[in-house]
Ligand binder design. Structure first.
Ligand code: 1PX
Length: 215
Protein backbone atom coordinates (compact mmCIF):
# COMPACT_ATOMS: atom_id res chain seq x y z
CA UNK A 1 0.00 0.00 0.00
CA UNK A 2 1.11 3.54 -0.69
CA UNK A 3 1.37 5.68 2.42
CA UNK A 4 0.08 9.25 2.53
CA UNK A 5 3.65 10.39 2.87
CA UNK A 6 4.54 8.71 -0.42
CA UNK A 7 1.61 10.34 -2.15
CA UNK A 8 2.65 13.82 -1.09
CA UNK A 9 6.09 13.20 -2.42
CA UNK A 10 6.83 15.12 -5.60
CA UNK A 11 9.83 16.01 -7.71
CA UNK A 12 8.98 19.64 -7.01
CA UNK A 13 9.80 19.09 -3.33
CA UNK A 14 13.13 17.49 -4.17
CA UNK A 15 14.06 20.38 -6.46
CA UNK A 16 13.00 22.86 -3.78
CA UNK A 17 15.16 21.06 -1.24
CA UNK A 18 18.16 21.35 -3.52
CA UNK A 19 17.38 25.02 -4.16
CA UNK A 20 17.43 25.91 -0.47
CA UNK A 21 20.90 24.35 -0.20
CA UNK A 22 22.32 27.67 -1.31
CA UNK A 23 22.86 29.95 1.66
CA UNK A 24 22.77 33.74 1.51
CA UNK A 25 26.52 33.92 1.05
CA UNK A 26 26.33 31.25 -1.64
CA UNK A 27 27.60 28.36 0.41
CA UNK A 28 25.96 24.97 0.06
CA UNK A 29 24.25 23.69 3.19
CA UNK A 30 24.95 19.99 3.62
CA UNK A 31 21.81 19.31 5.63
CA UNK A 32 19.58 20.22 2.68
CA UNK A 33 21.89 18.59 0.17
CA UNK A 34 21.57 15.32 2.06
CA UNK A 35 17.80 15.77 2.35
CA UNK A 36 17.59 16.31 -1.40
CA UNK A 37 19.50 13.11 -1.97
CA UNK A 38 17.18 11.19 0.33
CA UNK A 39 14.35 12.33 -1.90
CA UNK A 40 16.13 11.12 -5.03
CA UNK A 41 16.71 7.73 -3.45
CA UNK A 42 12.99 7.40 -2.81
CA UNK A 43 12.31 8.07 -6.47
CA UNK A 44 14.88 5.54 -7.50
CA UNK A 45 13.45 2.91 -5.20
CA UNK A 46 10.00 3.48 -6.63
CA UNK A 47 11.34 2.56 -10.07
CA UNK A 48 12.00 -1.05 -9.12
CA UNK A 49 14.47 -3.35 -7.45
CA UNK A 50 16.83 -3.64 -10.45
CA UNK A 51 18.16 -0.29 -9.36
CA UNK A 52 18.73 -1.27 -5.77
CA UNK A 53 22.49 -1.79 -6.26
CA UNK A 54 22.62 1.77 -7.48
CA UNK A 55 20.51 3.22 -4.70
CA UNK A 56 22.42 1.22 -2.08
CA UNK A 57 25.61 2.97 -3.11
CA UNK A 58 23.89 6.36 -2.94
CA UNK A 59 22.44 5.51 0.47
CA UNK A 60 25.80 4.47 1.87
CA UNK A 61 27.39 7.67 0.60
CA UNK A 62 24.60 9.76 2.09
CA UNK A 63 25.20 7.90 5.36
CA UNK A 64 28.90 8.75 5.30
CA UNK A 65 28.04 12.44 5.08
CA UNK A 66 25.39 12.16 7.80
CA UNK A 67 27.87 10.43 10.11
CA UNK A 68 30.41 13.18 9.56
CA UNK A 69 27.76 15.83 10.24
CA UNK A 70 26.73 14.11 13.45
CA UNK A 71 30.26 13.21 14.50
CA UNK A 72 32.82 14.93 16.68
CA UNK A 73 33.88 17.40 14.01
CA UNK A 74 30.26 17.92 12.98
CA UNK A 75 30.40 21.69 13.30
CA UNK A 76 32.78 21.72 10.34
CA UNK A 77 30.24 19.97 8.15
CA UNK A 78 27.67 22.73 7.98
CA UNK A 79 28.43 23.65 4.38
CA UNK A 80 30.41 22.10 1.54
CA UNK A 81 32.79 25.04 1.80
CA UNK A 82 33.48 24.56 5.51
CA UNK A 83 33.82 20.80 4.96
CA UNK A 84 36.42 21.23 2.22
CA UNK A 85 38.35 23.74 4.29
CA UNK A 86 38.29 21.55 7.39
CA UNK A 87 39.31 18.34 5.63
CA UNK A 88 42.02 20.07 3.60
CA UNK A 89 43.45 21.99 6.57
CA UNK A 90 43.62 18.80 8.59
CA UNK A 91 44.88 16.51 5.83
CA UNK A 92 41.80 14.33 5.97
CA UNK A 93 41.52 13.89 2.20
CA UNK A 94 43.40 11.62 -0.20
CA UNK A 95 44.25 14.00 -3.00
CA UNK A 96 45.53 11.59 -5.61
CA UNK A 97 44.87 7.93 -4.94
CA UNK A 98 42.62 6.03 -2.59
CA UNK A 99 44.57 5.82 0.67
CA UNK A 100 44.00 6.53 4.32
CA UNK A 101 40.72 8.40 3.89
CA UNK A 102 38.42 6.37 1.67
CA UNK A 103 35.42 7.92 3.39
CA UNK A 104 36.31 11.60 3.45
CA UNK A 105 33.47 14.05 3.01
CA UNK A 106 35.20 15.56 -0.03
CA UNK A 107 35.56 12.29 -1.92
CA UNK A 108 32.06 11.17 -1.01
CA UNK A 109 30.41 14.40 -2.02
CA UNK A 110 32.33 14.45 -5.29
CA UNK A 111 30.89 11.06 -6.21
CA UNK A 112 27.37 12.10 -5.32
CA UNK A 113 27.76 15.31 -7.22
CA UNK A 114 28.89 13.56 -10.37
CA UNK A 115 25.69 11.53 -10.13
CA UNK A 116 23.71 14.79 -9.95
CA UNK A 117 25.39 15.82 -13.18
CA UNK A 118 24.05 12.59 -14.69
CA UNK A 119 20.58 13.45 -13.39
CA UNK A 120 20.80 16.96 -14.83
CA UNK A 121 21.66 15.56 -18.27
CA UNK A 122 19.03 12.85 -18.04
CA UNK A 123 16.21 15.18 -16.98
CA UNK A 124 17.15 17.60 -19.74
CA UNK A 125 16.81 14.78 -22.27
CA UNK A 126 13.53 13.70 -20.72
CA UNK A 127 12.22 17.25 -20.94
CA UNK A 128 13.04 17.62 -24.62
CA UNK A 129 12.08 14.07 -25.60
CA UNK A 130 9.03 12.93 -27.54
CA UNK A 131 6.49 10.16 -26.92
CA UNK A 132 8.51 7.55 -28.77
CA UNK A 133 11.86 8.36 -27.12
CA UNK A 134 13.49 5.52 -25.22
CA UNK A 135 14.38 6.24 -21.59
CA UNK A 136 17.13 3.61 -21.71
CA UNK A 137 18.81 5.50 -24.55
CA UNK A 138 18.44 8.87 -22.80
CA UNK A 139 19.77 7.35 -19.61
CA UNK A 140 22.83 5.74 -21.14
CA UNK A 141 23.67 8.83 -23.21
CA UNK A 142 23.55 10.94 -20.06
CA UNK A 143 25.58 8.31 -18.23
CA UNK A 144 28.25 8.11 -20.92
CA UNK A 145 28.61 11.89 -20.84
CA UNK A 146 29.06 11.99 -17.09
CA UNK A 147 29.42 9.22 -14.51
CA UNK A 148 30.73 6.55 -16.89
CA UNK A 149 34.00 8.45 -17.22
CA UNK A 150 34.71 7.71 -13.58
CA UNK A 151 33.49 4.13 -13.44
CA UNK A 152 35.48 0.99 -14.16
CA UNK A 153 34.33 -1.39 -16.89
CA UNK A 154 32.48 -3.74 -14.57
CA UNK A 155 30.31 -0.97 -13.11
CA UNK A 156 29.61 0.48 -16.56
CA UNK A 157 28.52 -2.97 -17.66
CA UNK A 158 26.19 -3.42 -14.67
CA UNK A 159 24.75 0.07 -15.11
CA UNK A 160 24.18 -0.58 -18.80
CA UNK A 161 22.27 -3.74 -17.98
CA UNK A 162 20.11 -1.95 -15.40
CA UNK A 163 19.19 0.70 -17.99
CA UNK A 164 17.40 -1.97 -20.03
CA UNK A 165 14.90 -2.31 -17.21
CA UNK A 166 14.08 1.38 -16.96
CA UNK A 167 10.38 2.12 -17.19
CA UNK A 168 9.13 4.21 -20.08
CA UNK A 169 8.84 7.96 -20.31
CA UNK A 170 5.21 8.01 -19.14
CA UNK A 171 6.09 6.18 -15.92
CA UNK A 172 8.86 8.67 -15.18
CA UNK A 173 6.51 11.59 -15.65
CA UNK A 174 3.98 9.85 -13.47
CA UNK A 175 6.37 9.00 -10.66
CA UNK A 176 7.45 12.65 -10.42
CA UNK A 177 3.95 13.38 -9.17
CA UNK A 178 3.75 16.96 -10.41
CA UNK A 179 0.77 16.59 -12.72
CA UNK A 180 0.39 16.32 -16.48
CA UNK A 181 3.39 15.77 -18.77
CA UNK A 182 3.08 19.46 -19.72
CA UNK A 183 3.44 20.44 -16.08
CA UNK A 184 6.45 18.16 -15.68
CA UNK A 185 8.06 19.70 -18.74
CA UNK A 186 7.37 23.16 -17.38
CA UNK A 187 8.95 22.25 -14.04
CA UNK A 188 12.00 20.74 -15.70
CA UNK A 189 12.37 23.85 -17.84
CA UNK A 190 13.06 25.94 -14.75
CA UNK A 191 16.38 24.19 -14.78
CA UNK A 192 20.11 24.70 -14.39
CA UNK A 193 20.60 27.38 -17.05
CA UNK A 194 18.12 29.68 -15.41
CA UNK A 195 19.51 28.97 -11.96
CA UNK A 196 23.06 29.57 -13.12
CA UNK A 197 21.99 32.90 -14.63
CA UNK A 198 20.20 33.95 -11.52
CA UNK A 199 23.25 33.39 -9.36
CA UNK A 200 25.63 34.83 -11.90
CA UNK A 201 27.50 31.58 -12.30
CA UNK A 202 28.94 30.70 -15.67
CA UNK A 203 27.60 27.50 -17.16
CA UNK A 204 29.97 24.62 -16.55
CA UNK A 205 31.92 23.59 -19.59
CA UNK A 206 31.95 19.93 -20.52
CA UNK A 207 35.68 19.90 -21.06
CA UNK A 208 38.65 20.02 -18.74
CA UNK A 209 39.07 22.35 -15.81
CA UNK A 210 35.92 21.02 -14.19
CA UNK A 211 36.18 20.22 -10.49
CA UNK A 212 34.03 17.14 -11.03
CA UNK A 213 37.10 15.66 -12.73
CA UNK A 214 39.22 15.64 -9.58
CA UNK A 215 40.05 12.37 -7.82
C1 1PX B 1 12.15 11.10 -11.31
C2 1PX B 1 13.44 10.60 -11.70
C3 1PX B 1 14.35 10.61 -10.55
C4 1PX B 1 15.37 9.56 -10.65
C5 1PX B 1 16.32 9.73 -9.54
C6 1PX B 1 17.52 8.95 -9.74
C7 1PX B 1 18.66 9.41 -8.89
C8 1PX B 1 19.91 8.81 -9.44
C9 1PX B 1 20.94 8.64 -8.45
C10 1PX B 1 22.06 7.77 -8.91
C11 1PX B 1 22.99 7.55 -7.77
C12 1PX B 1 24.23 6.86 -8.15
C13 1PX B 1 25.33 7.17 -7.19
C14 1PX B 1 26.60 6.68 -7.77
C15 1PX B 1 27.80 7.18 -7.07
C16 1PX B 1 29.00 6.49 -7.69
O1 1PX B 1 29.46 6.91 -8.74
N1 1PX B 1 29.50 5.42 -7.06
C17 1PX B 1 30.54 4.60 -7.62
C18 1PX B 1 31.90 5.02 -7.14
O2 1PX B 1 31.96 4.96 -5.76
P1 1PX B 1 33.26 4.38 -5.05
O3 1PX B 1 33.03 4.59 -3.57
O4 1PX B 1 33.35 2.92 -5.43
O5 1PX B 1 34.42 5.18 -5.59
C19 1PX B 1 30.22 3.18 -7.28
O6 1PX B 1 31.22 2.31 -7.72
C20 1PX B 1 28.89 2.91 -7.93
C21 1PX B 1 28.21 1.82 -7.82
C22 1PX B 1 26.81 1.71 -8.32
C23 1PX B 1 26.60 1.84 -9.82
C24 1PX B 1 26.31 3.24 -10.24
C25 1PX B 1 25.68 3.31 -11.59
C26 1PX B 1 25.12 4.69 -11.76
C27 1PX B 1 24.11 4.80 -12.81
C28 1PX B 1 23.45 6.14 -12.76
C29 1PX B 1 22.11 6.14 -13.34
C30 1PX B 1 21.07 5.75 -12.37
C31 1PX B 1 19.79 5.40 -13.01
C32 1PX B 1 18.78 5.10 -11.97
C33 1PX B 1 17.43 4.92 -12.50
C34 1PX B 1 16.65 6.14 -12.54
Amino acid sequence: AVSTEDQKFTLQEVLDTFKICLSENKEVLLEHYVAGWRGLVRFMNSLGSVFSFISKDAVSKIQILVNLMKGEGGANYLTIQSMVKYEMDNQLVDLTKKGSFPESGCRTLLRLHRALRWLELFLERLRTSTDDSKTSAMCSEAYNESLAQYHPWIIRKAAGTAFWYLPGRAVFFDVMNVGSPEQVIHLLASGPEQRADRFGVAKRSAGSGNWLDMD
